[in-house]
Ligand binder design. Structure first.
Ligand code: ZN
Length: 303
């Protein structure tokens, strides 16, 4: 098991990730029927260009989780992300929640996203993030089958990547049964590190998000999390999630730059691509259960 001490040689890294949803989240998640609602996604590519300029200014790489729908709608922006040295990763076809899909539907959605990223940018992504951060019981198996190396949709840790599992079983009456750890790296996420719930006002069927906050509270959270990682833990990765159509607004982009100034002022902190953090972390390791997980209850997959 990897302790904080064992990670010390890796230093502190920050992954700046951007979910380039554009129209897809409004169509696939919120069921948009009006041009006005869709137009919020049309701001995404404007945000992308501003973000790319900011990343240049700080010499910081970014990872852009991009649905196939976005790649086809805004191909020039997607190629520009690639050409300016950043990572393109998979984020569904049109922002479908995998939990709502049968296994074959989910497979087709993954294939369609791969096809679009290849058609537009000739990129075969190694990373995946599920729309709405809601993996289905089939997601990890499908990602392994398709050759992905990491995914970033779960919340079982904060600063340390960990191994995904297949076949966890749970119920209200039986003990928890751990599934089998597999060679797919999880780069954990967290809602409190995500710009969307802080800032986006959304009223849609079954959805009510207040949003519209000052950027200051999120800046405080990001700075405090990085401070804790840097001062108390000593090594690991802070994985931030942003959306170009959200963080690309002027007052929020200025907040991001304040955070980048802070991170840049700390010794031993570097900005990395998500794929590089995942690749470095897995070196010399084999899939295993989380620290302290009851091995007796995992015996089901050993037999
Ligand atoms: Zn998304």
């Amino acid at each position: 098991m990897i302790s904080d001490h064992d990670q010390a040689a890796d230093g502190v890294t920050v992954t700046l990730t951007f979910d380039f949803d554009a129209y897809s989240t409004w169509i696939g998640t919120f069921g948009a029927r009006s041009p006005s609602m869709l137009s919020r996604g049309e701001f995404g590519p404007i945000g992308v260009r501003r973000i790319l300029d900011t990343l240049d200014r700080y010499s910081a790489p970014g990872t852009f989780f991009t649905p196939g729908h976005t790649a086809l709608a805004f191909p020039d922006h997607v190629r520009e992300i690639r050409d300016r040295g950043h990572e393109l990763a998979h984020h569904g076809w049109v922002h479908e929640n995998p939990v709502t899909l049968e296994a074959e539907e989910e497979r087709r959605v993954l294939e369609r996203g791969l096809e679009a990223l290849w058609e537009i940018a000739e990129v075969k992504p190694v990373g995946y993030r599920s729309p709405a951060w809601d993996n289905s019981p089939n997601t990890v198996s499908l990602l392994l089958e398709m050759g992905f190396e990491y995914e970033s949709s779960m919340m079982g840790s904060d600063f340390s990547p960990y191994w995904c599992r297949i076949g966890d079983e749970w119920s209200e009456t039986e003990e928890y049964r751990f599934g089998k750890p597999v060679p797919l790296v999880e780069l954990p996420v967290a809602w409190h590190l995500d710009d969307w719930p802080q800032f986006e006002y959304v009223i849609a069927p079954g959805v009510s998000m207040q949003g519209v906050r000052s950027p200051t509270p999120l800046l405080e959270i990001w700075i405090a999390e990085l401070s804790f990682l840097h001062e108390r833990v000593g090594s690991g990765n802070l994985n931030l999630t942003m959306h170009p159509q959200v963080i690309g607004r002027g007052h929020r982009l200025l907040m991001l730059e304040q955070f980048l100034d802070f991170a840049s002022s700390l010794d031993g902190v570097s900005f990395r691509l998500a794929r590089d953090v995942a690749c470095d972390w897995r070196q010399g390791k084999s899939p295993e259960l989380p620290d302290g997980a009851g091995p007796a209850r995992a015996a089901v997959w050993d037999s």
